[in-house]
Design a protein around this ligand. Structure first.
Ligand code: MG
Length: 168
């Protein structure tokens, strides 16, 4: 078993669509980033990559690469899932906290979990997403940014694993 932690934050600005966990959330503002700025998917990718010792999202999908400009972040998660499969790891569970002030995320949580469940081929009960407000404190609390923390647990299914993680 190996645990991983992921964190991400993006500015919340006018004129962008808001994607959280691959689901478009109705909002006058969206997340600014090289890709669609989906903090939840980015933090899940980093947590999974961290758990298997395979670098981070910025190394795999650099923001200097035009290919990823305005990309939907689901493609990153699909690639991370492919790497986990290739390295013979299974996901035990995912637990995330999304810190977002102005938009009520709770009506969309089931849809977000279903979407992540499909991409990761993981039963929905193994995915936890908890929306949280920062009660007007700091950039998240002022509605200027959205942040996300994620922890994951993964399990090695076979011989590709050694004590150094998934890297050869
Ligand atoms: Mg990011």
């Amino acid at each position: 078993m190996r645990a991983g932690i992921g964190y991400d934050i993006h500015p919340l600005v006018e004129g962008r669509k808001l994607y959280i966990g691959g689901v478009e959330i109705p909002s006058s503002k969206g997340l600014l980033g090289h890709s669609d700025g989906d903090v939840l998917i980015h933090s899940i990718c980093d947590a999974l990559l961290g758990a298997i010792g395979y670098g981070n999202i910025g190394e795999l999908f650099p923001d200097t690469d035009e290919k990823f400009k305005d990309a939907r972040s689901e493609i990153f998660l699909k690639e991370v899932k492919r790497i986990l499969d290739e390295k013979n790891f299974e996901i035990i569970n995912i637990d995330s906290v999304v810190i977002l002030e102005e938009v009520k995320l709770s009506p969309f949580i089931q849809q977000i979990k279903r979407n992540l469940s499909l991409i990761l081929e993981l039963p929905i009960e193994k995915i936890s997403i908890k929306p949280k407000r920062n009660e007007k404190f700091d950039s998240m609390g002022r509605g200027d940014a959205v942040a996300c923390f994620t922890i994951v647990l993964v399990k090695s299914k076979g011989s590709n694993y050694n004590e150094h993680g998934a890297n050869p």
